[in-house]
Ligand binder design. Structure first.
Ligand SMILES: Cc1cc2nc3c(=O)[nH]c(=O)nc-3n(C[C@H](O)[C@H](O)[C@H](O)COP(=O)(O)OP(=O)(O)OC[C@H]3O[C@@H](n4cnc5c(N)ncnc54)[C@H](O)[C@@H]3O)c2cc1C
Length: 389
């Protein structure tokens, strides 16, 4: 089966971790080796596809289940109290065996070939969009639509990031096909339909769905699978693809973003230093900025902080902010409300610094420091500097 995978590059270069997770999902789907992460629904209701051809043949059925209002429900949860990366629905035998094809936007010279090779990608298409250097959602979607048709793709997969979701929504509009967001597993049944489990309500509810459409358009929840390199690296062939674009496809494009010019974006950062009400005010964030800079990361904040006007909304983590999946989330003076946790539970490691041992975030954290951040953070910075930065 041919599955196209939209590559999202990290700000510092290479493929973003969240995109590699989507690749691991795509590779398993292509290899047909992804087991169901949960029992399928016994009954389902159907939403008729309202889109024109070719979606007339597409159908979409779903049933909600597994709602947990306090912790959120995550399949294969490894952490006490909920959260964290789910157990991978990828079997060992599937690594490197799938036919996932990478679609990279940018120039061929900057394609992350070494990384693609180590993740078992044999073919990468570099979409050459004349006059466009940066992100252009509709143009990217047009290119994906063209490639999906040319390569007879059975699925197109992207990470459930802002960019991934936006491009896939455009792809759905262009092709008239339904798009399933935030999937955590996908299994093709005997009838050729895809049986999906996907996250709803910021991850606090899981939905069983059946998608009958080709290609299937899917985004992957950040914590659906861990990024898994292939057992055997592939010899990656790079092909240049020149899509036929329409004038309207070029209306929206971003050549650069503030996050990129300053180095790292919140959504793809490997380290996020989070600050909440406990930071005390806008002036308190200097120490968090310093620590984030020492760790090569960025500052993220709770909604209280943005509501108070201490920091801009683009730094907010959570249900109504950015969903993050860093290697390390250092949450300082943040209580861990469910709406905040919805945006950070797919962090690989959560370390909480809080004066209150009963703060909800403590039960989600891998490590907790019970103490005043005004003492803990300067001590941490001094220790990092003493070790040479
Ligand atoms: C529809 C909706 C959507 C929402 N979306 C979001 C969202 O996207 N993101 C989000 O974050 N919130 C969101 N919220 C708000 C959320 O419910 C919480 O109100 C918010 O997350 C709390 O922010 P906080 O943890 O910074 O503040 P608080 O809950 O007030 O917690 C402050 C913490 O700091 C600790 N503390 C205080 N002083 C110190 C110190 N000196 N050192 C160490 N620790 C200290 C305290 O013990 C406490 O645990 C949403 C709410 C609603 C209703």
């Amino acid at each position: 089966m041919t599955v196209l995978w939209l590559v999202e590059q990290a700000d510092g270069g290479g493929v973003a971790d969240v995109s590699l997770r989507a690749l691991t999902f795509a590779r398993s789907l292509a290899g047909g080796a992804m087991p169901s992460a949960a029992p399928s629904a016994s009954a389902a209701s159907q939403i008729p596809a309202s889109a024109p051809e070719p979606a007339e043949a597409a159908s979409w059925m779903y049933q909600k289940r597994g709602y947990s209002p306090t912790n959120g429900t995550f399949i294969g949860d490894e952490k006490a109290g909920g959260g964290g990366a789910a157990a991978s629905p990828v079997t060992d035998g599937a690594h490197g065996s799938g036919g996932a094809i990478a679609v990279v936007f940018g120039d061929a010279a900057s394609a992350p070939v070494t990384e693609l090779s180590s993740y078992g990608v044999a073919d990468a298409y570099v979409a050459d969009l004349p006059g466009l250097d940066g992100y252009a959602p509709q143009a990217w979607a047009r290119a994906l639509a063209g490639l999906a048709a040319e390569l007879s793709a059975t699925a197109v997969v992207a990470a459930g990031t802002d960019h991934g979701s936006e491009v896939m929504a455009h792809l759905g509009a262009i092709t008239g096909l339904p798009m399933a967001a935030n999937c955590v597993s996908a299994v093709r049944n005997a009838a050729g339909e895809l049986e999906l489990v996907r996250q709803r309500w910021a991850g606090s509810l899981l939905e069983d769905a059946v998608l009958d459409a080709s290609p299937a358009l899917l985004t992957v929840a950040a914590d659906a699978v861990a990024a898994a390199p292939a057992g055997e690296p592939a010899a990656t062939s790079v092909h240049v693809y020149q899509p036929g674009l329409e004038e309207a496809d070029l209306l929206v494009s971003a050549a650069a973003s503030a996050e990129r010019s300053s180095g790292v974006s919140l959504a793809t950062a490997r380290v996020v230093v989070g600050g909440g009400r406990g930071v005390g005010g806008p002036e308190g964030f200097g120490v968090l900025e310093e620590l984030a800079s020492l760790l090569g990361g960025v500052v993220g904040v709770s909604r209280v902080v943005t509501s108070e006007g201490w920091r801009p909304h683009k730094q907010q983590v959570g249900q109504t902010g950015t969903r993050i999946s860093p290697e390390l989330y250092l949450a300082c003076g943040i209580s861990g409300a469910i709406q905040h946790m919805a945006g950070c539970l797919s962090s690989k490691h959560i370390v909480a610094i809080n004066t209150d041992p009963d703060a909800p975030i403590i039960s989600h954290a891998d490590y907790a420091v019970i103490g005043d951040l005004n003492q803990v953070l300067p001590a941490l910075i001094a220790a990092i500097k003493a070790r040479g930065g």
